[in-house]
Design a protein around this ligand. Structure first.
Ligand SMILES: [Zn+2]
Length: 462
C-alpha cells in the first residue's frame, strides 16, 4: 500500500481534519481519480465541506475532505475539477414504476406495450432508467412492475449492461380482484391468497412486497377513499413478509387503510394523504403511532402539482378553487406529519401521469420553502440521500464516505442554500461509472411525456 506524502497534511493541520488521515490510495490506474469542487456534502453533515475533494476508486469512494488536506503525491492521479459545483450523494427515488411511460396516458401506453410483449415494456424501462440516472438519480425503488420486466432490468443495471440507477423492486404488487393496478398485480381476495402471492414474489426475487391497501386514482372503478383489504388480510401480508425477511410498502390514501398498514407493521406508506370521499381527514393519533414505530411516509407530491396555477406554463390553466383547497390540505397533512416526527423519504411516483423519470430533482426542490412543503434545503436533500438509503436498507449508498459505492451527483451551485441547483447536474456516477458529464449534456429524451395535458390522474400520485 502506497500512502501519499503526509507532511503537507501535517503542516495544514491534519489533526483538525481527520478525513485526510483516512486517505489510502490503492493501485494507481485509470479508474482511480480525484474530483474537486467548491463544496462536497456527504449527505449528513449540517454544512458542506468548502473547497473539497472526493477520491473515486473503481466502484467505491476512496476518501473525501478538504482539498487543502490532500497533501502531496497526487500529481499522477487523474483529476476532474468542477469549479462552482457541489458534489453530493446521488439521489434516491423511493417510489417509481419503471415500465410506465409518465405520459398523460400511461395506462393506455402500458396496455398497448404489454400486448406487444415484455420486450416493449423492457425497452420502456431501459429508457426510463437512463433518464433517471442522467438527472442524478442513482438508486430507485420500483413499486409496481411485471416480474418478467422488473427482475431482469435490475440484473442488467447491476451487471453494468445498461446505464441506470441501482434498482430495488417489488415486482408485481398485491391487490384485490379488479383493484388498484390490477393489470400488473397479483389479484388476491383472502389472507391465504395473499400469503401465496408473498411467497411467489419472494421466491422470484422481490426486494419489497407492495400491497395496495386502498384504491387508486390511476385505476378506474376503484375507490382511493376506502380500504381494499381487511385488517386480517393486511396482517397476513406483513406476517408472511416478515417471516421471509422482506419489508412491506403499503399504498394507502384513506385514514382506515393507513391505520391498518400502521397496525400491521409495514415499513413505508405511500401517498398517505388521509383522503376520504368528503376530503382530507387527518388523524393525529395514526401519525403519533407512525412516529413511535418508525414507519415512514413517501408523499409522492409532484413539483408540477405544487406550482400549478402559480407560475410557469401551467399558469395558463384555470385552477379551480377546489383544487387549491385540496393542495392546501395536502400541504397541511405533510407539515403535521413531519412536525409529529414521522420519518419522510422522497419518492416521485415516476411513470404515472406527467411524472417523467427525470423529474425527481424538481419534485425534491418543490418540497422546500413556504410555497412547497416547508422543508429546508438540507431536509429535502437528506430525504433523498442518507435517510432514503437507511429506509430502503441499503447501507452502501446515500452517504459519501470511504468504502461506500461511488454513487455521486455534482450540480452547478449550492443546493444546500438554493435547492434549485439540484436540477442542474454536471456529473453523475453510478457505482463509479459516469452516466453524465462532466462535459456535454446527454442526448435529449424523445418522449412527449411533458407536453400532454389530459391526464389519467390528478398530480398527487397513483
Ligand atoms: Zn406508485
Amino acid at each position: 500500500m502506497v500512502f501519499p506524502r503526509t507532511d503537507g497534511v501535517a503542516a495544514r493541520g491534519a489533526a483538525r481534519h481527520p478525513a485526510a488521515v483516512l486517505l489510502r490510495p490503492g493501485e494507481p490506474g485509470p479508474d482511480r481519480y480525484l474530483i474537486t469542487a467548491d463544496r462536497v456534502w456527504d449527505g449528513l453533515a449540517p454544512e458542506p465541506v468548502r473547497d473539497g475533494f472526493l477520491l473515486v476508486e473503481g466502484a467505491r469512494i476512496g476518501a473525501l475532505g478538504r482539498r487543502a488536506d490532500l497533501g502531496g503525491g497526487w500529481d499522477t492521479v487523474p483529476r476532474l475539477d468542477l469549479p462552482g459545483a457541489t458534489v453530493l450523494p446521488g439521489l434516491i427515488d423511493c417510489h417509481v414504476h419503471m415500465a410506465l411511460s409518465g405520459s398523460a396516458t400511461p395506462v393506455r401506453d402500458f396496455k398497448r406495450e404489454a400486448r406487444a410483449g415484455a420486450a416493449a415494456l423492457a425497452v420502456r424501462a431501459v429508457q426510463n432508467l437512463r433518464l433517471a440516472a442522467e438527472a442524478g438519480v442513482t438508486t430507485v425503488r420500483d413499486l409496481g412492475t411485471p416480474n418478467e420486466v422488473a427482475f431482469p432490468l435490475r440484473a442488467a443495471v447491476a451487471e453494468g449492461r445498461i446505464p441506470g440507477p441501482r434498482v430495488l423492486t417489488s415486482g408485481q404488487p398485491i391487490t384485490v380482484t379488479g383493484g388498484h393496478c390490477h393489470w400488473f398485480s397479483h389479484q388476491c381476495d383472502s389472507p391465504a391468497e395473499i400469503r401465496v402471492a408473498v411467497r411467489r414474489q419472494v421466491r422470484d426475487g422481490a426486494d419489497w412486497i407492495k400491497l395496495m391497501l386502498s384504491g387508486g386514482n390511476l385505476t378506474p372503478r376503484t375507490n382511493p377513499g376506502r380500504p381494499q383489504y381487511s385488517e386480517e388480510e393486511v396482517r397476513a401480508c406483513t406476517e408472511e413478509s416478515e417471516r421471509l425477511g422482506v419489508p412491506v410498502s403499503a399504498h394507502a390514501y384513506d385514514p382506515d387503510s393507513i391505520r391498518r398498514a400502521v397496525d400491521a407493521g409495514v415499513r413505508t406508506i405511500e401517498h398517505c394523504l388521509f383522503e376520504t370521499a368528503d376530503g382530507i381527514a387527518y388523524d393525529p393519533t395514526t401519525a403519533i403511532l407512525m412516529a413511535a414505530r418508525g414507519i415512514a411516509f413517501v408523499p409522492t407530491i409532484s413539483g408540477a402539482f405544487l406550482r400549478m396555477g402559480t407560475a410557469g406554463p401551467e399558469g395558463r390553466d384555470p385552477v379551480a378553487p377546489r383544487f387549491r383547497e385540496r393542495r392546501t390540505q395536502i400541504r397541511e397533512v405533510f407539515r403535521r406529519m413531519v412536525a409529529a416526527g414521522v420519518p419522510m423519504v422522497a419518492g416521485s411516483d415516476a411513470g404515472v401521469p406527467q411524472r417523467a423519470f427525470d423529474g425527481f430533482p424538481a419534485d425534491l426542490a418543490a418540497l422546500v420553502g413556504a410555497d412547497g412543503m416547508g422543508l429546508t434545503c438540507r431536509e429535502a436533500l437528506v430525504s433523498a440521500t442518507s435517510a432514503a438509503a437507511e429506509r430502503l436498507g441499503v447501507d452502501d449508498t446515500g452517504v459519501l464516505a470511504p468504502g461506500r459505492r461511488a454513487d455521486v451527483l455534482a450540480v452547478d451551485g449550492d443546493p444546500l442554500s438554493d435547492i434549485g441547483a439540484v436540477v442542474r447536474p454536471r456529473l453523475v456516477l453510478t457505482a463509479g461509472r459516469p452516466v453524465r458529464g462532466p462535459e456535454g449534456a446527454p442526448p435529449p429524451a424523445a418522449d412527449g411525456a411533458r407536453d400532454g395535458r389530459r391526464t389519467e390522474s390528478d398530480g398527487s400520485g397513483t
